[in-house]
Design a protein. Structure first.
Length: 152
């Protein structure tokens, strides 16, 4: 089983969107049983809060259930539980490395799509559709990466 943790600052927008869209994608590919997928935050600001209304709007559009999701914080103990830690921007990657240590498999999401860009935080931009498009690019690239590694 491939264990993936998507990570952003607060775990209510980007990482949550990535978690649920990735899960939906692999389920539709018939590969859902090959993955354990979660998301978390590098900060404590939103711990216990539900999914941001902008991300809910995207997920609702596709009929994806997120009703049980509450923001959680990434912990050092997670480092032993997951195979991939995927951050949305450079600050996430820095903070993930601080929390997990240098041995963790930490990646910036859009690197899988061959891009150096970050996924813009819609908390600040207000543009959840742009975030969705970037998350989809990351998902496609990550799936190709896993195929190339012979994992799926």
């Amino acid at each position: 089983m491939i264990k993936i943790m998507f990570v952003c600052h607060g775990n209510i927008c980007r990482s949550t969107m990535a978690e649920f869209l990735f899960r939906d994608t692999v389920e539709k590919m018939g590969l859902g049983d090959k993955f354990y997928i979660a998301s978390s935050a590098t900060s404590r600001e939103e711990i216990g809060n539900g999914v941001h209304y902008g991300t809910r709007g995207i997920l609702d559009r596709f009929g994806i259930d997120y009703s049980k999701k509450k923001a959680v914080q990434l912990t050092k103990a997670d480092g032993e539980k997951y195979d991939y830690f995927i951050g949305m921007d450079d600050a996430n990657v820095r903070n993930m490395t601080k929390i997990l240590g240098s041995g963790a498999k930490v990646y910036k999401f859009l690197e899988f799509a061959g891009l150096k860009d970050s996924i813009a935080d819609p908390w600040y931009t207000g543009n959840f559709d742009e975030t969705y498009r970037d998350v989809v690019k990351g998902i496609k690239g990550f799936i190709e990466h896993l195929k190339g590694e012979g994992l799926i």
